[in-house]
Design a protein. Sequence first.
Length: 125
Amino acid sequence: MLFRTLEEVLGTERDVDWGNGTSRRLVVAADGRGYAVTDTHVRPGTETRLRFDSHLECCYCIDGSGRVSTAEETWDLRPGALYAPDKGEEHRLSSESGMRLICVFHPPLRGDESHNSDPAKASGY
C-alpha cells in the first residue's frame, strides 16, 4: 500500500516550482505504479504554452478557474472540469485568479522535471 499526504511532499524535492505555478508530485516513477499524480497550482495572471511529447496527461480542476486552448478551440476550466491533451498536442493553460489541478501522467514523471515558462515556445517533459 502506498500512502502519502500532501504535507509530506511540501518543501521536498517533489515540491517543484515550474515558473507559473507549483507541482507537488504525490506519485512518481520511483513509486512503481506506472503513472504519476501531481497536485498542481497555477499562479494567477499566468499563461503557459505546453506540449508533452513523452507523456499522456490528464488534468482535473478542483479549485479556481482558468482556460485551456489548442489552435482550434478554447475551454473554460472550473471545479469539476477535466482536460486531457493528446501526446504532442500543443496547448495553452491560463488563469486570471489561480487554479488547482490534480494531474495524472503516463508514463510516470521522475519527479524532478520542471517547465520552461518562456512564452515564445512550448514547454513539456
